[in-house]
Design a protein around this ligand. Structure first.
Ligand code: HH2
Length: 276
């Protein structure tokens, strides 16, 4: 289906021969993982550059928290958070992703040269597919059940792996029909998005299956509550579990890991690569 081992990502063609690290830059006051440490644009920029120095292959810039229970922000506010960072990082030589569900933000980011649209809503908003299709950017299609405000209240599936896989492949079909080459598409089961601990574990156990559908698989588990449930640790003490889970995801076939702790993840993946 896809040119083997390559992601067409805006200005970049990224080899997937080795796993890629997507570093998380949340320009938000309320993200679960960093509690607004980088809400100030200058701090967010310094943090983004630090992640590149630590070995991030891509940067994912988000202006709206999607943590369970998070409030939505207006398009204007999201643009004010995200656009200055995109402009400042544009010539740093690293592919830039924007984490948004809003077609207006997608269009503005694409006009500013963003290389990947990371949409936890899998481009289901009206106009989102068209915005992406008209560009050369890549897209990450993520599965979620419900909306962040309520998604953790009562997640329910007959078979979580079947349903997530079916949804993602259907969304890929829609994109292909709109003219998006398969080499621009990344899939993500959406760990923590309308899923219980058991659902998340079933999906992570099925990484190999989900990674063998003809599209690179992205896994985002960094610092998430699943790790808190398994270790009993608060969010600021989940780095070891995060790195272990990223490594296990890669060992089972994930090609991109979305992480907060880039330096630690990079070292772990170097160990994995050394044994390939
Ligand atoms: N998780 C979060 C946000 N965006 N995008 C993808 N593709 N996959 C994920 O698993 C994913 C995502 C939530 O994590 P974070 O950005 O740290 O928190 P917040 O949404 O509170 O800013």
């Amino acid at each position: 289906m896809q040119e083997e081992g390559m992601l067409q990502c805006g200005r970049f063609r990224l080899s997937l021969q080795r796993p890629l690290i997507m570093g998380i830059v949340n320009v938000t006051p309320d993200s679960f993982s960093d509690g607004g440490r980088y809400a100030d644009p200058a701090r967010a920029l310094a943090h983004a550059r630090q992640l590149v120095a630590e070995g991030a292959d891509l940067l994912d810039i988000g202006g709206e928290s999607t943590r369970p229970g998070a409030a939505t922000v207006s398009e204007t506010e999201e643009l004010e958070r995200v656009m200055p960072l995109l402009a400042a990082l544009r010539d740093d030589g690293v592919p830039l992703s924007v984490d948004t569900v809003k077609p207006g933000v997608m269009r503005a980011a694409l006009a500013a040269g963003v290389d990947l649209i990371n949409d936890v809503n899998a481009l289901q908003a009206e106009g989102a597919v068209e915005a992406l299709a008209d560009s050369g950017a890549a897209v990450c299609l993520m599965h979620k059940q419900g909306d962040p405000a309520t998604m953790q209240q009562a997640p329910r599936y007959a078979s979580v792996v079947d349903e997530v896989e079916h949804f993602l492949l259907q969304r890929a079909v829609v994109l292909r029909a709109a003219g998006v080459a398969s080499a621009r598409i990344v899939l993500d089961p959406g760990i923590g998005f309308g899923k219980t601990v058991e659902h998340n574990l079933e999906l992570l156990k099925a990484t190999g299956r989900l990674a063998s559908q003809g599209y690179p698989l992205l896994i985002g588990v960094s610092r998430k509550s699943l790790l808190g449930a398994l270790t009993g640790r608060p969010v600021e003490e989940r780095i070891h579990a995060s790195v272990a889970m990223a490594l296990l995801a890669v060992a089972r076939g994930a090609r991109i890991v979305r992480v907060h702790d880039v330096a630690a993840t990079r070292d772990a993946l170097k160990m994995w690569e050394a044994l390939q």
